[in-house]
Design a protein around this ligand. Sequence first.
Ligand code: GUN
Length: 293
Amino acid sequence: MNILDGKKVSNDIKNEIAEIVTEMKAKGEKVPHLAAVLVGENGASLTYVNSKVKSCERIGFDSTLVKLDADISEEALLAEIDTLNNNKDIDGFIVQLPLPKHINEEKILLAVHPDKDVDGFHPTNFGKMALDMPSFIPATPYGIIELLERYKVETSGKHCVVIGRSHIVGKPMSILMSRKGYPGDATVTLTHSRTQNLSEITKNADIIISALGVPNFLKGDMVKDGAVIIDVGITRVPDENAPRGYKIVGDVDFQEVALKSSFITPVPGGVGPMTIAMLLKNTLLSRSRHQSN
Ligand code: GUN
């Protein structure tokens, strides 16, 4: 069993980007600038956004955190997005999800200019990704692709089973794994809540990517020997002994499944840290595309 060490790889990527930023500064070029919009006080979202901003500082990016009240109107949020779209200094921005219930998420994501959509959530970017055109690839699926590549995990002709059809992870992941080239060329099965006989499907998988959000869902008897396991689950489970009162638990029963796997991502320290690294990579890419301003 080999650990796919997302913490280490994400650090490597951040160091690589930091070096590029140092060169940019030396040449007197503008450094990449990422903005994050946070609506309300959702605990997990606050943690994620803070760590995105902190990572920007570490690698030398400019960053802006736009914190808005939970009761902001949809109209006012759209106006904030319009301001960010038109701010030439900002290369890319994200609107942290989930948004409060009174706000139409679809409407908000459509308002983000595709050229600044470093989350890759706009339909223009999703469509371009599906058609193998240059685009922004959503950070979590992009991070998984990068992990597979850096550990030289074979994907061609393999049966890849994706669990969960979310717009952010499952659906884009299924598209990326079936793309021509490496990492891709896999035969993909996209499973979800209505899938029948799931364990019969996962037992036939060479690669399992679980993005379900159900702690310890994937058990040892659902997996064949030598499978590659990617765990995207990050559920907060109450734990009195943990300093914050909770621990992060993945979709995969690590104790059981690790024994059978050839490669496996731990939780925490697997896919999670990769998401931030790839968001930074997308922001750098956006900067290079905007180089004329
Ligand atoms: N909420 C959970 N994951 C993400 C993400 O990757 N980007 C944004 N904007 N919100 C999220």
